[in-house]
Structures are given as structure tokens and as C-alpha cells.
Design a protein around this ligand. Structure first.
Ligand SMILES: [Zn+2]
Length: 98
């Protein structure tokens, strides 16, 4: 299981990521509350390489937590997880393509 964070609400969810690339699956946030026939729709996609995810239904953006590694070396302080600030250009472009 991998911990991911809703970038807006900072809510944490746990998802199972099987692929190292794109993981299309049900959304940890909205699928539970969707209509019965839509509960199994894979509206959520998480890209493990970029460590970001997006849901087409609730339009929530997520970022992975456990696997998070800062791209730049931090010399004076330990790397601290920060939402919103550490998305790479590649990750942002991935969001724009949604
Ligand atoms: Zn959703």
C-alpha cells in the first residue's frame, strides 16, 4: 500500500499501486460515494513514476507520500514532505493533460 495525499484537503488515502507507470483504478476519495453502477469505474489514475495522481470524476489531485523523494539535495535540513510545492514540471504537465 502507498500513502497518497489529497493536495487540496491534505487528506491521506491508501492505495495499492501495481504498476510502476500509470495505475488506473477506483478513486480512494469519491468511488465509495458514487452510484452503485459507477463504484467500480476506474476514474482515478496514479502515475507512480511522477508520484502524482488525478481523478477524472472528483477532479482531485493527489501526490504520493511514502515514495516521495526530493529531486534536489537538501543540505541543511532533512527533506520534509510539503504538498503543492514539490511537484516537478513533468508532474504538472501530467496534470495538464488530464
Ligand atoms: Zn474521485
Amino acid at each position: 500500500m502507498v500513502k497518497i495525499v489529497d493536495l487540496e484537503t491534505k487528506t491521506e488515502y491508501e492505495v495499492d499501486l501495481k504498476s510502476n507507470g500509470e495505475n488506473k483504478q477506483i478513486c480512494p476519495k469519491c468511488s465509495e460515494s458514487r452510484k452503485e453502477k459507477n463504484k467500480k469505474l476506474k476514474c482515478f489514475s496514479f502515475n507512480k513514476q511522477l508520484n502524482v495522481g488525478y481523478c477524472n470524476h472528483c477532479t482531485t489531485r493527489f501526490a504520493g507520500k511514502n515514495d516521495f523523494k526530493p529531486t534536489e539535495k537538501v543540505v541543511y535540513k532533512k527533506p520534509i514532505w510539503k504538498t503543492n510545492t514539490n511537484l516537478s514540471d513533468k508532474a504538472l504537465r501530467w496534470f495538464e493533460q488530464r
